[in-house]
Design a protein. Sequence first.
Length: 308
Amino acid sequence: MSNLFTFLFRYRGILVFGLLEVLSLFLYVRNSSYQRAAFFNSANAYTGQVLATRTRVYDYFRLIEVNQGLVAENAVLRQQLYRPDGAGRVADSLPVAKDSLTQVRLQQLGRPDSLLLGLRQLPARDPDYPLIPARVINNSLRKVDNYLTLNVGSQDGVRPGMGVLAAGGVVGRVKVASEHYATVTSVLHSKTSISAKLLRDGTFGSIKWPGDDPTHVLLDYIPRQNKLVRGDTVMTSGYNAIFPEGVMIGQVESFVKEPDKNFWTVRVRLAVNFTKLTYVYVVSSRPKAERDTVEVRSGIKPEEEEKP
């Protein structure tokens, strides 16, 4: 112990100088918005490189498990593509005749009038949400505010605010993106809120994480007069264009009526297993910017599903 005090006393000038340097840099970054943004972008890039190296080593020892997961996912996708009865398939475009007599006949048959707008072929699958594949190289689960790190960045088209999906469902939203890496606010974050709805009756609510179990979230704002059923599917509502409508979130596991609330307290089991999350997709919404601009001009503040 005496040797430690002797060392500290001998080099006290250098130690105090180093401490003051660190303190000055901290205050400089904290009080300058430009320097703060530059610091976080640089830190995200360097941290991403370290995590990517660690992940490559880790991946080598779990290739069998990853391949088994990919085989299972491919089997599900092929089953959707090659259904024997052809149910659910739609044409690449919806042909619209240009003569008025055919239009009247279509309306009499109950076809939607929107197909006749513009008297042209309308795409049945509009790619409003192109996907950017990514690899999860870091994932926290035990904190109140959890994040993921992806091996894609601005060079790949990733920008802050984009949604992140997995094969099972919703994962989170991009918070910071450097050139080659991105940090994602997970669904398992105290400030994350996702607009959702029940598939069975279309009731809208909001998904939030209570901060304890990484396999469950809460569905808020479901009126008490609504009838709930265990096993109900919960999916995205598409209200703010971050996520496509109808993306799986989870299933209702339990629900109770609180005496001092007008809404159900609904516990939802997440469809995504965050403990084994490996590959994800960053979703880019093309109409979001235009939609937000129109809402702002109309005096409507665009709804924020997630506030990292």
